[in-house]
Design a protein around this ligand. Structure first.
Ligand code: TYM
Length: 380
Protein backbone atom coordinates (compact mmCIF):
# COMPACT_ATOMS: atom_id res chain seq x y z
CA UNK A 1 0.00 0.00 0.00
CA UNK A 2 1.57 3.33 -1.01
CA UNK A 3 0.24 5.27 2.00
CA UNK A 4 1.04 2.52 4.48
CA UNK A 5 3.22 4.65 6.68
CA UNK A 6 0.84 7.62 6.76
CA UNK A 7 0.71 8.99 10.27
CA UNK A 8 -1.45 12.00 11.09
CA UNK A 9 -1.76 13.00 14.73
CA UNK A 10 -1.74 16.45 16.33
CA UNK A 11 2.00 15.96 16.96
CA UNK A 12 3.21 14.06 13.93
CA UNK A 13 2.41 14.16 10.24
CA UNK A 14 4.32 11.58 8.20
CA UNK A 15 4.18 9.69 4.93
CA UNK A 16 2.11 10.30 1.84
CA UNK A 17 -1.17 11.73 2.97
CA UNK A 18 -4.36 10.16 1.73
CA UNK A 19 -7.02 12.77 2.53
CA UNK A 20 -9.92 10.50 1.63
CA UNK A 21 -8.67 7.87 4.02
CA UNK A 22 -8.32 10.47 6.77
CA UNK A 23 -12.00 11.32 6.41
CA UNK A 24 -12.81 7.64 6.92
CA UNK A 25 -10.30 7.11 9.70
CA UNK A 26 -11.33 10.17 11.67
CA UNK A 27 -15.02 9.92 10.83
CA UNK A 28 -15.39 13.47 9.50
CA UNK A 29 -17.60 14.51 6.56
CA UNK A 30 -16.57 15.75 3.13
CA UNK A 31 -17.70 19.26 2.19
CA UNK A 32 -19.97 18.39 -0.71
CA UNK A 33 -21.31 20.60 -3.46
CA UNK A 34 -24.51 21.42 -1.59
CA UNK A 35 -22.69 22.46 1.56
CA UNK A 36 -20.21 24.56 -0.42
CA UNK A 37 -23.06 26.47 -2.02
CA UNK A 38 -24.72 26.93 1.33
CA UNK A 39 -21.55 28.36 2.90
CA UNK A 40 -21.15 30.76 -0.03
CA UNK A 41 -24.76 31.87 0.17
CA UNK A 42 -24.56 32.64 3.89
CA UNK A 43 -21.09 34.16 3.67
CA UNK A 44 -22.12 36.29 0.71
CA UNK A 45 -19.15 35.21 -1.41
CA UNK A 46 -17.18 32.19 -2.57
CA UNK A 47 -13.83 31.17 -1.15
CA UNK A 48 -11.08 29.71 -3.29
CA UNK A 49 -9.87 27.28 -0.61
CA UNK A 50 -13.30 25.65 -0.43
CA UNK A 51 -13.69 25.82 -4.20
CA UNK A 52 -10.37 23.98 -4.68
CA UNK A 53 -11.23 21.45 -1.95
CA UNK A 54 -8.20 22.50 0.07
CA UNK A 55 -10.68 23.20 2.87
CA UNK A 56 -12.43 19.88 2.39
CA UNK A 57 -13.74 18.22 5.51
CA UNK A 58 -15.96 19.10 8.47
CA UNK A 59 -17.89 17.99 11.48
CA UNK A 60 -21.45 19.21 11.98
CA UNK A 61 -21.08 22.29 9.82
CA UNK A 62 -24.58 21.81 8.43
CA UNK A 63 -25.95 21.80 11.98
CA UNK A 64 -24.00 24.98 12.82
CA UNK A 65 -25.40 26.73 9.75
CA UNK A 66 -28.93 25.62 10.65
CA UNK A 67 -28.47 27.25 14.03
CA UNK A 68 -27.02 30.36 12.39
CA UNK A 69 -30.00 30.66 10.09
CA UNK A 70 -32.28 30.40 13.09
CA UNK A 71 -30.47 33.34 14.67
CA UNK A 72 -28.24 31.31 17.01
CA UNK A 73 -24.85 32.92 16.34
CA UNK A 74 -21.64 30.97 16.70
CA UNK A 75 -18.13 31.76 17.89
CA UNK A 76 -14.91 30.68 16.18
CA UNK A 77 -12.03 28.95 17.89
CA UNK A 78 -8.59 28.21 16.48
CA UNK A 79 -5.02 28.06 17.74
CA UNK A 80 -1.28 27.78 17.53
CA UNK A 81 1.31 25.76 19.40
CA UNK A 82 4.14 28.29 19.71
CA UNK A 83 7.20 26.08 19.34
CA UNK A 84 9.04 28.08 16.70
CA UNK A 85 8.53 30.57 13.91
CA UNK A 86 5.28 30.61 11.96
CA UNK A 87 5.49 29.24 8.42
CA UNK A 88 3.25 29.82 5.42
CA UNK A 89 1.37 26.57 6.07
CA UNK A 90 0.12 27.76 9.46
CA UNK A 91 -1.32 30.93 8.06
CA UNK A 92 -3.64 29.06 5.67
CA UNK A 93 -6.23 28.09 8.35
CA UNK A 94 -5.75 31.53 9.93
CA UNK A 95 -6.47 33.45 6.74
CA UNK A 96 -9.51 31.26 6.32
CA UNK A 97 -10.46 31.96 9.94
CA UNK A 98 -10.22 35.67 9.24
CA UNK A 99 -12.53 35.26 6.28
CA UNK A 100 -15.04 33.47 8.53
CA UNK A 101 -14.74 36.19 11.17
CA UNK A 102 -15.31 38.91 8.58
CA UNK A 103 -18.14 37.23 6.72
CA UNK A 104 -20.05 35.93 9.75
CA UNK A 105 -19.14 38.81 12.06
CA UNK A 106 -18.27 36.52 14.93
CA UNK A 107 -16.03 36.47 17.92
CA UNK A 108 -12.76 34.57 17.67
CA UNK A 109 -10.97 32.75 20.48
CA UNK A 110 -7.35 32.09 19.49
CA UNK A 111 -5.50 29.72 21.81
CA UNK A 112 -1.71 29.82 22.15
CA UNK A 113 -0.78 26.48 23.66
CA UNK A 114 2.60 27.20 25.20
CA UNK A 115 1.98 24.54 27.87
CA UNK A 116 1.50 21.96 25.09
CA UNK A 117 4.75 22.89 23.41
CA UNK A 118 6.65 22.82 26.69
CA UNK A 119 5.33 19.34 27.47
CA UNK A 120 5.68 17.87 23.98
CA UNK A 121 8.78 19.56 22.62
CA UNK A 122 11.59 18.24 24.78
CA UNK A 123 14.34 20.80 24.08
CA UNK A 124 12.17 23.90 24.53
CA UNK A 125 12.73 25.91 27.71
CA UNK A 126 9.92 27.78 29.40
CA UNK A 127 11.53 31.09 28.42
CA UNK A 128 11.56 30.02 24.79
CA UNK A 129 7.90 29.06 24.74
CA UNK A 130 7.00 32.43 26.26
CA UNK A 131 9.11 34.18 23.65
CA UNK A 132 7.49 32.25 20.79
CA UNK A 133 4.04 32.86 22.28
CA UNK A 134 4.53 36.60 22.00
CA UNK A 135 6.27 36.47 18.67
CA UNK A 136 3.67 34.17 17.09
CA UNK A 137 0.89 36.36 18.48
CA UNK A 138 2.36 39.24 16.48
CA UNK A 139 2.15 37.11 13.32
CA UNK A 140 -1.46 36.30 14.04
CA UNK A 141 -2.40 39.92 14.59
CA UNK A 142 -0.50 40.99 11.46
CA UNK A 143 -3.09 39.04 9.46
CA UNK A 144 -5.67 41.65 10.41
CA UNK A 145 -8.08 40.14 12.94
CA UNK A 146 -10.54 42.59 14.45
CA UNK A 147 -9.36 43.60 17.95
CA UNK A 148 -12.85 44.02 19.35
CA UNK A 149 -13.77 40.50 18.27
CA UNK A 150 -10.52 38.63 18.92
CA UNK A 151 -9.30 37.09 22.16
CA UNK A 152 -5.79 35.64 22.34
CA UNK A 153 -5.64 32.98 25.03
CA UNK A 154 -2.17 32.32 26.46
CA UNK A 155 -2.57 28.95 28.21
CA UNK A 156 -0.01 29.61 30.93
CA UNK A 157 -0.82 33.25 31.66
CA UNK A 158 -4.58 32.84 31.38
CA UNK A 159 -4.93 29.51 33.14
CA UNK A 160 -7.37 31.03 35.64
CA UNK A 161 -9.83 31.49 32.75
CA UNK A 162 -9.42 27.91 31.61
CA UNK A 163 -8.86 25.78 34.65
CA UNK A 164 -12.38 25.14 35.89
CA UNK A 165 -13.48 23.88 32.48
CA UNK A 166 -10.25 21.90 32.08
CA UNK A 167 -10.94 20.17 35.38
CA UNK A 168 -14.45 19.27 34.25
CA UNK A 169 -13.20 17.93 30.91
CA UNK A 170 -10.27 16.02 32.44
CA UNK A 171 -12.52 14.09 34.80
CA UNK A 172 -14.45 12.72 31.85
CA UNK A 173 -11.55 11.47 29.74
CA UNK A 174 -9.95 8.23 30.85
CA UNK A 175 -6.31 7.35 30.32
CA UNK A 176 -7.35 4.49 28.09
CA UNK A 177 -9.24 6.91 25.79
CA UNK A 178 -6.27 9.27 25.73
CA UNK A 179 -3.97 6.38 24.87
CA UNK A 180 -6.24 5.08 22.13
CA UNK A 181 -6.90 8.49 20.54
CA UNK A 182 -3.46 10.08 20.87
CA UNK A 183 -1.21 7.03 20.95
CA UNK A 184 0.44 8.01 24.26
CA UNK A 185 2.87 5.47 25.67
CA UNK A 186 4.46 5.12 29.09
CA UNK A 187 7.18 7.63 28.32
CA UNK A 188 4.68 10.51 27.99
CA UNK A 189 4.97 12.98 30.83
CA UNK A 190 1.79 13.55 32.81
CA UNK A 191 1.54 17.13 31.54
CA UNK A 192 1.10 15.77 28.02
CA UNK A 193 -1.56 13.31 29.17
CA UNK A 194 -3.55 16.14 30.77
CA UNK A 195 -3.00 18.53 27.86
CA UNK A 196 -5.95 17.50 25.60
CA UNK A 197 -8.35 18.75 28.28
CA UNK A 198 -6.85 22.24 27.81
CA UNK A 199 -7.29 22.17 24.04
CA UNK A 200 -10.96 21.26 24.55
CA UNK A 201 -11.67 24.24 26.80
CA UNK A 202 -12.00 27.15 24.32
CA UNK A 203 -14.76 25.21 22.53
CA UNK A 204 -16.91 25.75 25.64
CA UNK A 205 -15.38 28.93 27.03
CA UNK A 206 -17.90 31.37 25.59
CA UNK A 207 -20.83 29.28 26.79
CA UNK A 208 -19.27 28.98 30.24
CA UNK A 209 -18.41 32.67 30.64
CA UNK A 210 -21.74 34.03 29.45
CA UNK A 211 -23.92 31.24 30.78
CA UNK A 212 -25.52 30.67 27.39
CA UNK A 213 -24.91 27.58 25.30
CA UNK A 214 -23.28 28.92 22.10
CA UNK A 215 -22.28 26.97 18.97
CA UNK A 216 -18.58 26.95 18.17
CA UNK A 217 -16.79 26.42 14.84
CA UNK A 218 -13.15 25.30 14.75
CA UNK A 219 -11.14 25.95 11.56
CA UNK A 220 -7.83 24.02 11.47
CA UNK A 221 -5.87 21.51 9.45
CA UNK A 222 -7.06 17.91 9.67
CA UNK A 223 -4.21 16.90 12.04
CA UNK A 224 -6.07 18.49 14.98
CA UNK A 225 -9.17 16.35 14.51
CA UNK A 226 -8.41 13.79 17.26
CA UNK A 227 -8.84 16.63 19.75
CA UNK A 228 -12.33 17.37 18.46
CA UNK A 229 -13.36 13.73 18.75
CA UNK A 230 -12.57 13.82 22.47
CA UNK A 231 -13.98 17.33 22.92
CA UNK A 232 -17.23 16.35 21.23
CA UNK A 233 -17.60 13.26 23.42
CA UNK A 234 -17.20 15.33 26.54
CA UNK A 235 -19.51 18.13 25.33
CA UNK A 236 -22.60 16.02 25.83
CA UNK A 237 -21.58 15.12 29.34
CA UNK A 238 -21.00 18.76 30.23
CA UNK A 239 -24.26 19.89 28.64
CA UNK A 240 -22.65 22.00 25.90
CA UNK A 241 -23.05 21.86 22.13
CA UNK A 242 -20.51 19.69 20.38
CA UNK A 243 -18.11 22.00 18.52
CA UNK A 244 -18.29 21.93 14.72
CA UNK A 245 -15.09 21.99 12.70
CA UNK A 246 -13.90 22.82 9.20
CA UNK A 247 -10.62 21.33 8.11
CA UNK A 248 -7.95 22.08 5.56
CA UNK A 249 -5.27 20.02 3.86
CA UNK A 250 -1.57 20.66 4.45
CA UNK A 251 0.55 23.10 2.53
CA UNK A 252 3.53 20.93 1.58
CA UNK A 253 7.16 21.80 2.16
CA UNK A 254 9.41 23.00 -0.62
CA UNK A 255 11.62 19.90 -0.73
CA UNK A 256 10.94 16.64 -2.52
CA UNK A 257 8.36 14.56 -0.65
CA UNK A 258 6.60 17.68 0.62
CA UNK A 259 7.73 17.55 4.23
CA UNK A 260 8.22 20.77 6.16
CA UNK A 261 10.90 19.92 8.59
CA UNK A 262 12.38 21.95 11.40
CA UNK A 263 15.75 20.37 10.68
CA UNK A 264 15.65 21.61 7.07
CA UNK A 265 15.04 25.38 7.12
CA UNK A 266 14.99 25.45 3.30
CA UNK A 267 11.85 23.27 3.33
CA UNK A 268 9.54 26.01 4.64
CA UNK A 269 9.11 29.74 4.25
CA UNK A 270 8.80 31.45 7.61
CA UNK A 271 6.97 34.74 8.09
CA UNK A 272 10.15 36.23 9.52
CA UNK A 273 12.41 35.16 6.62
CA UNK A 274 13.96 38.04 4.74
CA UNK A 275 12.40 38.40 1.28
CA UNK A 276 15.82 37.61 -0.17
CA UNK A 277 16.07 34.32 1.70
CA UNK A 278 12.50 33.44 0.72
CA UNK A 279 13.39 34.02 -2.92
CA UNK A 280 16.32 31.66 -2.56
CA UNK A 281 14.02 29.03 -1.07
CA UNK A 282 11.55 29.38 -3.93
CA UNK A 283 14.30 29.14 -6.53
CA UNK A 284 15.60 25.91 -5.02
CA UNK A 285 12.15 24.35 -4.48
CA UNK A 286 11.22 20.90 -5.74
CA UNK A 287 8.99 20.96 -8.83
CA UNK A 288 7.32 18.53 -11.14
CA UNK A 289 9.69 19.36 -13.98
CA UNK A 290 11.52 17.17 -16.47
CA UNK A 291 15.22 16.50 -16.54
CA UNK A 292 15.89 18.78 -19.55
CA UNK A 293 14.28 21.89 -20.97
CA UNK A 294 13.88 20.15 -24.31
CA UNK A 295 12.00 17.25 -22.71
CA UNK A 296 9.80 19.62 -20.74
CA UNK A 297 8.87 21.62 -23.84
CA UNK A 298 7.97 18.34 -25.56
CA UNK A 299 6.20 16.46 -22.75
CA UNK A 300 5.10 19.14 -20.28
CA UNK A 301 5.55 19.02 -16.50
CA UNK A 302 3.46 17.75 -13.60
CA UNK A 303 1.89 20.41 -11.32
CA UNK A 304 0.27 17.69 -9.16
CA UNK A 305 3.57 16.96 -7.41
CA UNK A 306 5.04 20.46 -7.66
CA UNK A 307 5.56 22.49 -4.49
CA UNK A 308 5.61 25.79 -6.42
CA UNK A 309 2.17 25.04 -7.84
CA UNK A 310 0.90 24.18 -4.34
CA UNK A 311 1.95 27.62 -3.09
CA UNK A 312 0.00 29.21 -5.92
CA UNK A 313 -2.97 27.06 -5.10
CA UNK A 314 -3.05 27.57 -1.32
CA UNK A 315 -2.01 31.20 -1.02
CA UNK A 316 -0.64 33.15 -3.92
CA UNK A 317 -3.11 32.67 -6.78
CA UNK A 318 -6.61 33.06 -5.42
CA UNK A 319 -7.84 33.87 -8.92
CA UNK A 320 -9.04 30.61 -10.51
CA UNK A 321 -8.48 31.78 -14.07
CA UNK A 322 -4.90 32.76 -13.36
CA UNK A 323 -4.26 29.40 -11.68
CA UNK A 324 -5.83 27.47 -14.58
CA UNK A 325 -3.66 29.39 -17.03
CA UNK A 326 -0.42 28.54 -15.24
CA UNK A 327 -1.50 24.92 -14.94
CA UNK A 328 -2.23 24.77 -18.66
CA UNK A 329 1.16 26.23 -19.53
CA UNK A 330 2.88 23.83 -17.14
CA UNK A 331 1.22 20.68 -18.45
CA UNK A 332 1.68 21.80 -22.03
CA UNK A 333 5.40 22.52 -21.65
CA UNK A 334 4.93 26.20 -22.45
CA UNK A 335 6.63 27.30 -19.25
CA UNK A 336 9.78 25.94 -17.62
CA UNK A 337 10.12 25.52 -13.86
CA UNK A 338 12.75 28.26 -13.58
CA UNK A 339 10.38 30.73 -15.25
CA UNK A 340 7.50 29.62 -13.08
CA UNK A 341 9.55 30.13 -9.91
CA UNK A 342 10.31 33.65 -11.06
CA UNK A 343 6.57 34.35 -11.03
CA UNK A 344 6.13 32.95 -7.50
CA UNK A 345 9.22 34.55 -5.94
CA UNK A 346 8.07 38.21 -6.18
CA UNK A 347 4.60 37.26 -4.91
CA UNK A 348 6.15 35.65 -1.83
CA UNK A 349 8.57 38.55 -1.34
CA UNK A 350 5.77 41.08 -1.60
CA UNK A 351 3.66 39.14 0.89
CA UNK A 352 6.57 39.00 3.35
CA UNK A 353 7.32 42.69 3.03
CA UNK A 354 3.71 43.59 3.76
CA UNK A 355 3.41 41.02 6.55
CA UNK A 356 6.61 42.19 8.21
CA UNK A 357 5.46 45.81 8.04
CA UNK A 358 2.19 44.74 9.69
CA UNK A 359 4.19 42.87 12.35
CA UNK A 360 5.96 46.15 13.18
CA UNK A 361 2.59 47.81 13.53
CA UNK A 362 1.26 45.18 15.93
CA UNK A 363 4.36 44.37 17.93
CA UNK A 364 3.31 46.53 20.89
CA UNK A 365 -0.40 45.85 20.57
CA UNK A 366 -0.65 42.21 21.68
CA UNK A 367 -2.25 43.16 25.00
CA UNK A 368 -5.15 44.84 23.21
CA UNK A 369 -6.20 41.39 22.02
CA UNK A 370 -5.57 39.59 25.27
CA UNK A 371 -8.12 37.16 26.70
CA UNK A 372 -7.38 38.81 30.07
CA UNK A 373 -10.28 41.12 29.08
CA UNK A 374 -12.59 38.17 29.67
CA UNK A 375 -11.90 38.25 33.41
CA UNK A 376 -14.23 41.23 33.68
CA UNK A 377 -17.00 39.29 31.98
CA UNK A 378 -16.70 36.31 34.31
CA UNK A 379 -16.97 38.48 37.40
CA UNK A 380 -20.10 40.17 36.17
P1 TYM B 1 0.11 24.18 15.23
O1 TYM B 1 0.82 25.33 15.82
O2 TYM B 1 0.86 22.92 14.94
O3 TYM B 1 -0.57 24.63 13.88
C1 TYM B 1 -1.35 25.80 13.78
C2 TYM B 1 -2.45 25.57 12.75
O4 TYM B 1 -1.89 25.31 11.47
C3 TYM B 1 -2.36 24.06 10.95
N1 TYM B 1 -1.25 23.55 10.15
C4 TYM B 1 -1.21 23.61 8.80
N2 TYM B 1 -2.12 24.03 7.90
C5 TYM B 1 -1.78 23.95 6.60
N3 TYM B 1 -0.59 23.46 6.16
C6 TYM B 1 0.35 23.03 7.02
N4 TYM B 1 1.51 22.55 6.56
C7 TYM B 1 0.05 23.08 8.42
N5 TYM B 1 0.73 22.74 9.55
C8 TYM B 1 -0.07 23.04 10.58
C9 TYM B 1 -2.72 23.27 12.19
O5 TYM B 1 -3.67 22.27 11.93
C10 TYM B 1 -3.32 24.36 13.06
O6 TYM B 1 -4.65 24.62 12.67
N6 TYM B 1 -2.31 22.14 19.17
C11 TYM B 1 -2.39 23.14 18.12
C12 TYM B 1 -2.77 24.52 18.66
C13 TYM B 1 -4.27 24.65 18.88
C14 TYM B 1 -5.26 24.65 17.87
C15 TYM B 1 -6.50 24.83 18.56
C16 TYM B 1 -5.21 24.54 16.47
C17 TYM B 1 -4.89 24.82 20.08
N7 TYM B 1 -6.24 24.92 19.89
C18 TYM B 1 -7.69 24.91 17.84
C19 TYM B 1 -6.40 24.61 15.76
C20 TYM B 1 -7.63 24.79 16.45
C21 TYM B 1 -1.06 23.26 17.39
O7 TYM B 1 -0.03 22.93 17.93
O8 TYM B 1 -1.17 23.85 16.13
Amino acid sequence: MPDEDMIVTPWEVKGKIDYDRLIEQFGTQRIDHQLKERIYRLAGERHFLIERELVYSHRDLDWLLNEYERGNRFVIYTGRGPSGQVHLGHIVPWLFTKWLQDRFKTRLYFQLTNDEKFWFDEPLSIEEVHRFTRDNAIDILALGFKPENTYLIDDIRHIDLLYELAVMVAKRVTFSTARAVYGFDNSMNIGGIFYPSLQAVPAFLHSWIYGKNTPCLIPCAIDQDPHWRVTRDVADKLGYYKPASIQNKFVPGLSEGGKMSASDPMSAIFTTDSPRLAKKKVLSAFTGGRTSAEEQRRLGANPDVCSVFMYYKFVFMPDDRELAEIERKCRGGEILCGECKLILAPLVMDFLERHQAAREEFKDRVDEFSAARLREDIRR
